[in-house]
Design a protein around this ligand. Sequence first.
Ligand code: KIV
Ligand code: ZN
Length: 390
Amino acid sequence: MTNDKVYIFDTTLRDGEQVPGCKLNTPEKVEIALQLEKLGVDIIEAGFPVSSPGDFKSVEEICKAVNDSIVCGLSRAVQKDIEIAGDALKYAKRGRIHTGIGTSDLHVQYKLRTTREKIIERSIAAVAYAKKFVEDVEFYAEDAGRTDNEYLARVIEAVIKAGATVVNIPDTTGYCLPGDYGAKIKYLKENVSNIHKAIISTHCHNDLGLATANSIAGISNGARQIECTINGIGERAGNTSLEEVVMIMKQHPLLHLDTGINTRMLKSLSGLVSDRMGMVVQANKAIVGENAFAHSSGIHQDGVIKKRETYEIMDPADVGVDKSSIVLTARSGRAALAYRCKEIGFNLTKVELDEAYPKFLGIADRKKEVNDKDLVVLMKRMNIAEAVPV
Ligand code: KIV
Ligand code: ZN
């Protein structure tokens, strides 16, 4: 059985950039876009060109710099937005317009103050208009997560007929449960007569912490593009985290899905985005957090020292982390102390270890975390000589 390709659509520079207080200038956006291209993302959503002259300029500059990835510009289903997105994409080697409109009853009645039928007309018109600027047009049905499936299927069928190449089914408010979101994608696969002419995309927000689970439910039910961001940044509680969905597909071969992402760049790119945006990555963040490969409890440390796989489901090198770390605290056991001492050049005998361990616990109780310098001081105090390298 050959694996299916899942396209990775990165929206760090658009949905990710909507995070309050996180503004990037054009050179920083170009720098990140070039790294995303190196990472192997298929589509870079570079911005929302009508939103400001600065965003327009960034999209234009990213189009000039990027060669392989598709560069995408967002627009509402409004002619002026689409024209400006088309203009911003004029230097793209491969450009895509991402246009769309709200489809849930809440959006139709209260935000857009119109009717379901008028939404279908506006969606068709937007896609047809975008086709005048680029061949590749993606349509988003905003708040699809809370849109009634039967109506959503009518919208999707109409936009594919109008020429949409990709249909995006956003869970804009992060409301869906994985089972419901997966069932929605399945429903569209089974009830939209022309669905084979377009790629179905997921775009899941993280308001209930379900963005990654929902995206995986989407691809397990036939979606073939995931919209995501580095470090999972995005509106409110964020978007689907790129590193998480990519590593899930890599670590679960039975899904039979491939992304083509160079996973060894994940850690460094996470650091770059965090630094340029001034947004700290939480220490326990999956894949790229400081503690993602750090072991602190004695039982876990003992297991990892004997065989890494006892407590690690992936090789840290695969995501660009040098190696797992053994953090020495008051919960560490003798095995961890001996291991760390050996790493820094002190081969302790059993007697020396027995003597060193209570002293180490004393330091750990005072300092919480014992670092290599503390160990060297302890070894010197105990007159333990460094092993001579062979
Ligand atoms: O969350 C959302 O619905 C969006 C769309 C603009 C794609 O970001
Ligand atoms: Zn979004």
